[in-house]
Design a protein around this ligand. Structure first.
Ligand SMILES: [Zn+2]
Ligand SMILES: [Zn+2]
Ligand SMILES: [Zn+2]
Length: 140
């Protein structure tokens, strides 16, 4: 398992330190985006600055992307397409008003027109509503 993460980090030109491996492993085990404070709480009492720096490095190296949600950022692992030059997480981010979770909706994508003469570096798609699980519950 750790070998696999080490390889993933090396593929993205990131030295696999033990903290980086732990943070990567935690994010890989989550199916929703996590905020810095949620990640800090999970690793308590690990040094918060190290965790913060780990996330910043991951973001620069195309390992995680952040989702801006009101005043907090949430983090989610990137696909293999992302690297230190560019992020390609051009999918919808969906916030559920009821369970307050943010998820990546990779089935809803922004496609740059193939004839485009401009260069897009970043796309932010953000929606709020009620997720499948919570909708199911309100129906019962
Ligand atoms: Zn990315
Ligand atoms: Zn929900
Ligand atoms: Zn995403």
């Amino acid at each position: 398992m750790n070998d696999e993460i080490e390889n993933k980090l090396r593929e993205k030109n990131t030295k696999p330190t033990s903290m980086r491996i732990l943070v990567y492993d935690f994010l890989a085990s989550q199916d929703v985006a996590r905020s810095l404070s949620e990640i800090e709480n999970h690793f308590y009492p690990a040094d918060r600055i190290t965790i913060y720096r780990t996330l910043k490095t991951f973001e620069e190296k195309g390992i995680v992307h952040s989702i801006q949600e009101n005043s907090t950022s949430k983090y989610r692992l990137c696909s293999d397409d992302c690297n230190e030059d560019t992020h390609k997480d051009w999918h919808l981010h969906f916030y559920c008003r009821i369970c307050k979770q943010t998820t990546c909706r990779t089935d809803i994508n922004f496609q740059a027109p193939s004839q485009a003469t401009l260069r897009i570096d970043e796309v932010r798609l953000f929606a709020k509503g009620i997720c499948e699980n919570c909708l199911d519950e309100t129906m019962q």
